[in-house]
Design a protein around this ligand. Structure first.
Ligand SMILES: NC(=O)c1ccc[n+]([C@@H]2O[C@H](COP(=O)([O-])OP(=O)(O)OC[C@H]3O[C@@H](n4cnc5c(N)ncnc54)[C@H](OP(=O)(O)O)[C@@H]3O)[C@@H](O)[C@H]2O)c1
Length: 260
């Protein structure tokens, strides 16, 4: 793929996987639009990337869990005459705990961010990609896209949505010049677990490993990728072999031991 001089919009670019996408795409000569809530972090990342790579970096602060924010982000890119070639729907978070203990408004925000904002942003940016006959959409799923996860019930359901949505769009648009990839990492060393209030014991990938595997899969024309053999076996193979109830029981007991 030729990235040079093209523009990527990355949601959740202020830390973790999104920030790493920004670095990796800047190395490849892309201009960037960085989106998240933390303006300070985005501004300092933008400055660093400009100084290191002399690319054009635009910051748009947005709380994508709010109704209409995806459309506002799109309108800002239009107002600044930014043409988006790669849309990376990365921003996301997980609640943690028994369903009845989770404040309903947190679950609502989670669905708004992990699901609704992705649909809104994709609706906003895809018409221009179709008109040009090229474009890329990368949606960040998870290993939990492939199975349910007790104590992260809504999160896993949002990530199942991401995989299903991405796969359908990949099929719809693959003959019209648009690549769609669901990047489905397992545990990755980011602020994700701090935000969740619970950390895993071991076995995390670095965000750089995840992003590089994602970009390689994109270049190979794949429509989903799960970084790591073990993650791939547990997400892609086991659910096909085991009855759903057995899989749910297994996931429940493994995930209980996986967390500190
Ligand atoms: N880390 C893992 O183990 C793991 C595994 C599988 C999938 N994932 C997925 O990977 C994606 C990136 O997460 P990460 O691991 O990189 O975690 P992270 O370091 O916590 O990054 C999350 C990013 O999302 C942004 N964000 C959160 N709420 C937002 C909102 N309401 N509006 C706009 N931006 C918001 C955050 O920025 P602000 O706080 O500045 O808004 C931050 O930039 C998520 O979709 C997550 O579900 C992570």
């Amino acid at each position: 793929m030729d990235y040079t001089g093209k523009t990527a919009l990355i949601t959740g670019a202020s830390s973790g996987i999104g920030e790493c996408f920004a670095h990796e795409l800047a190395i490849r000569g892309m201009n960037l639009v960085l989106v998240a809530r933390s303006e300070d972090k985005l501004q300092s990342l933008a400055k660093q990337l400009y100084q290191q790579h002399r690319i054009q970096v635009t910051v748009i602060t947005a709380d994508l869990s709010r109704e209409g924010e995806g459309l506002r982000v799109y309108k800002e890119t239009q107002a600044r005459q930014l043409n988006i070639d790669i849309l990376i729907n990365n921003a996301g978070f997980s609640t943690n705990g028994m369903f009845e203990a989770i404040p309903p408004e947190q679950d609502h925000q989670q669905v708004m961010l992990n699901v609704v904002s992705i649909v809104d942003l994709t609706h906003a940016f895809i018409p221009t990609m179709l008109a040009k006959g090229e474009g890329v959409i990368i949606n960040i799923g998870s290993t939990t896209s492939f199975y349910s996860l007790p104590r992260q019930a809504v999160y896993a359901a949002t990530k199942a949505f991401v995989l299903s949505f991405s796969e359908a769009l990949w099929m719809e648009y693959k003959k019209r010049g648009i690549k769609v990839l669901a990047l489905c990492p397992g545990a990755t060393d980011t602020n994700f677990f701090d935000a969740m209030g619970r950390d895993v014991v071991a076995g995390k990938h670095s965000p750089q490993q995840v992003v590089r595997i994602g970009l390689r899969a994109l270049e190979q024309g794949r429509h989903y990728v799960i970084p790591g053999f073990r993650n791939s076996f547990e997400s892609n193979i086991l659910p096909r072999l085991l009855p759903r109830a057995v899989m749910a029981t297994l996931v429940e007991s493994v995930s209980r031991r996986a967390f500190k």
